[in-house]
Design a protein around this ligand. Sequence first.
Ligand code: ZN
Length: 480
Amino acid sequence: MVDRLENVEIRWYPKAKDILSKDGTNNPYDLAREEVRNEISGSNGDAFLAYAHFPMPDRHARQESTLEATARTIGLPLGKDVRPYLPLLPSDIQWASNFLSENNLKKDGYAVIAPLSWPNKMWGKSNFESLIDHLYQNFGLRTVVASYPAIGLFTNSGAVCAYDLSLGQLAGLLSLAGLYIGLDSGPSHMCAFFDVPMLVLYIEKKVIPFEVRTLSPHSLLVVESFFSSAPYPSIETVSDSVRFLLEMKSNKDEEIPECLACGRKMDHVVATDGVNIRLMCSCGLVYDRIIRKTESGKFRQIRNQGKENPTTQKPLNLKHPLQIEDVLENEEALKQENFVTLSLPLGHIDPKNSEITPGNFIWGFDSLIYWMGKRGYLPFESSWDQDKLLIKFSTSSYPEGDRLIFPWGKKKIVTSVSRYLHWYTFSRWSDPKILVGIVKSMTELNLSKKERFACSIDAFRTEPSLRSLRWIIKSLFRLD
Ligand SMILES: [Zn+2]
């Protein structure tokens, strides 16, 4: 597709391994890198090669995708609502239209699935077969399977196999589809260019899904496997998510809701129960809602907690720690206070294993701090009170020597407010190994020794290991 852009030269490295290789892994950049180096060395000193570690240490805290983080690193402003671009040709549309009429399909009346990816990102052929049956029986949707012969034929009554497509042909089929379901792979990122409702299933638990998310306001990310001991998202969760997407599509006013805490889309699906869906923002705020519309034809509104009825507001009782619900219902009273203590129940931090109740929010440490931050409050102290976290907020800047303690999965991080705000505001995705990764990126980018040493201590305290100990030493002496 890039080949269709003017002033862009494409070089092809045929020896780079592809997705169908037996070892299932690749590094296609090695050959390219060597060639670029040779070219630079033969250029009489008027060309330079800048080779940097693009993963910025604060990319997780900003909940950036890799594409956004890379663009920020090289100073390319992409804006808030960044989308991919596909140079689609009229011949692509024509080919796709012909394909549809040959197979008795109609524009917007079929789904596309792309079931092939690296082995560690696959959902399994039989799961996709069940999904094809589900789409056909419950929604009358037939499915175009965009894939390669290596996956085998799909013979379900709703299925039409479209194998070995060119990228242009695939783009043509995606542009006319009514629904897309895929994996963490290329076709999903292509589909994000089109205004097609899409579901992307994240299987492996290694990479945080928001890092590789599809950049589309119409995509839902099924991340159930991250919050469950089961390896895959279940058929039921995927089917329920499809229903939710199609219900939204049938009502033009409905979109994926915005996060009450940070303003991003609540586009992660954590669980469903056949009637309700549990959505989550990358900041960790969880919100339950009904899958199907109510009789009035509307979904329950997200901002329904007290805002519509300001007359019920009472003065805040600041003698006791407040619950977030008190504050949500009483925003006006909050504005009068310079110091507030909030209590966050820790029994609710598992977003998968609690009953889904429409209209309910489950707040995490980060989402609470985003919400309070938007109202001018910074945390300056936190402590544990049995199964509750007590967080003190202030409207003035936080004092020196502050100490925050907050949950990081089943562990605790002890750090300062500034370090928390810079590096750690993604605790719902807690994986202690990422903490060492932050120190690694800081060291490679040569950030302040004091800061990377402090973060290496945070990483070691959270998960003492030989690896985290090594990075304390490396952060001091930069031994690679
Ligand atoms: Zn959020």
